[in-house]
Write a protein that binds this ligand. Structure first.
Ligand code: IMP
Ligand code: MG
Length: 175
């Protein structure tokens, strides 16, 4: 069976949800500057769309992590492949993720970043698969809670493909 992609959330639906999240974030960070941290590469499309709609001052930084594992599941031992450029000292940090699955990567990443003394740290994810959770993580802003399916588009990949799809889809026909 060939790979096919079934639309889960259309471009319009994602756009509407991103605007709602940006409105909430702008209200919650009133009078502050939000320091957005993008976890590459999956979070990049979401972070840019979200940032454009936030009305309080925004600064951004990027990091890339890989977790040692057997390839199909993450171990939660995070290796920083590209660290942040700036210090987090005293900043109001908002981590922006594409998807939370087991939660292993993120719980370890949060531990690492907490040690850098931010003033506050919150988490925003486009997608959440709660039934897959192994490690508890406190999520402050969630785009959509989704069932346990393999998702592509809007930054998310399957073997590095499909990140550029403007919608969120479920990939079918793969092993
Ligand atoms: P975990 O929460 O440590 O298990 O790992 C989360 C990471 O796995 C995410 O940041 C994604 O990079 C990747 N991932 C998990 N589920 C999916 C999916 O459905 N599509 C694409 N990538 C996924
Ligand atoms: Mg990710």
């Amino acid at each position: 069976m060939a790979e096919t992609i079934r639309v889960l959330y259309s471009e319009e639906e994602v756009d509407k949800r991103v605007r709602e999240l940006a409105t909430r974030i702008s209200e919650d960070y009133a009078g502050k500057q939000v320091h957005m941290i993008c976890v590459l590469k999956g979070g990049v499309f979401f972070m840019c769309e979200l940032a454009k709609r936030i009305t309080v001052p925004v600064s951004m930084d990027f990091m890339s992590v890989s977790s040692y594992g057997d390839g199909t599941s993450s171990s939660g031992v995070v290796k920083i492949a590209k660290d942040l450029d700036e210090s987090l000292e005293g900043k109001d940090v908002l981590i922006v993720e594409d998807i939370i699955d087991s939660g292993r990567t993120l719980s370890h990443l949060i531990e690492i970043l907490e040690r850098r003394h931010p003033n506050s740290m919150r988490l925003c994810t486009l997608l959440d698969k709660p039934e897959r959770r192994v490690k508890k993580v406190d999520v402050n802003y969630t785009g959509f809670e989704i069932p346990d399916e393999f998702i592509v588009g809007y930054g998310l990949d399957y073997a590095q493909k499909y990140r550029n799809l403007p919608y969120i889809g479920i990939i079918e026909g793969v092993e």
